[in-house]
Design a protein around this ligand. Structure first.
Ligand SMILES: Cc1cc2nc3c(=O)[nH]c(=O)nc-3n(C[C@H](O)[C@H](O)[C@H](O)COP(=O)(O)O)c2cc1C
Length: 255
């Protein structure tokens, strides 16, 4: 019987397996960290494009809260990032969802400056038709920049927050009114939400940055599970996870 050579071979094979698994694990951990940091930077870039960038003196991604108003924001739970210049509130950046796009939900990034006007609006995910509804994407058309920058509930008045075809002030697209109508309504609702909550949104304790494990894409995370009933969540992340409020499930990225 030649047991010794077989044992040696088994040990060598086992050694290779252990080393192989270790290398994969270390590479995976390093890659995850880099991906999370890249996503963080991408989010910051998008955010800074719709706020006065020179006044971003905090880390808005860490100064995050979660709010709950599905009627106005389109989802059970919505992330809000606060931008501050020292003690001065600069902007709230919300991530509402347009529930009634032509081809499904449309995810937005909406910056509301401290004076109640819009710093800007961007689409972070949509499925609207190329050449028709996809003109809401600022890479395809300047519509979203031209229509919303500087607007507020004072200008135009709430009853004029409609597309022109419906008697409002916002341009629709030729042959594609459904998409802009839905976006205009969602942006108006976001302004109404901020107006309703007032300065409280700046006062609530932050729950911190989105952990990498909660989101493969901090800009385009998919619908979270149903939230607790509270209108505004101030729970710590661990408590939120226990209450089913974390922004974690079914992450799907697309920019
Ligand atoms: C294949 C197809 C795709 C369409 N995609 C969109 C779209 O993405 N957004 C949109 O608002 N309308 C889209 N429409 C048009 C709508 O069905 C609807 O006719 C239009 O939004 C109404 O606007 P209008 O009254 O200005 O024509 C699409 C129509 C077809 C046939």
């Amino acid at each position: 019987m030649q047991k010794a050579p077989m044992l040696i071979a088994a040990f060598i094979l086992g050694g290779f397996a252990v080393v192989g698994v270790g290398v994969v694990a270390v590479t995976h951990a390093m890659t995850d960290t880099r991906i999370a940091e890249n996503q963080r930077q991408a989010m910051l870039t998008k955010l800074k494009a719709i706020v006065p960038a020179e006044r971003v003196k905090n880390d808005p991604l860490a100064d995050r809260i979660q709010v709950s108003d599905e009627a106005l924001l389109g989802m059970p739970v919505t992330d809000v990032y606060r931008v501050r210049d020292g003690e001065q509130p600069v902007a709230l950046v919300l991530r509402p969802v347009v529930p009634d796009g032509y081809a499904g939900p449309i995810k937005l990034l909406v910056s509301v400056l401290a004076d109640g006007s819009l710093g800007g609006v961007r689409v972070t995910e949509h499925h609207e038709t190329p050449g028709l509804g996809d003109k809401i994407d600022e890479k395809k058309n300047p519509w979203i920049i031209e229509q919303f920058n500087g607007k507020s509930l004072r200008n135009p008045k709430p009853e004029r927050w409609k597309v022109k075809r419906d008697g409002g002030e916002f341009d629709q697209f030729t042959g594609a009114t459904i998409t802009p109508r839905s976006v205009v309504n969602a942006v108006k609702n976001t302004l109404l939400f901020v107006q309703k909550q007032g300065d409280d949104l700046y006062q609530l304790p932050a729950i911190g940055s989105q952990p990498a494990s909660e989101s493969s894409d901090p800009v385009n995370s998919a619908p979270p599970p149903p939230p607790a009933k509270a209108p505004i969540s101030t729970a710590a992340p661990a408590a939120q996870a226990a209450a089913g409020m974390s922004d974690n499930a079914n992450q799907k990225g697309k920019s």
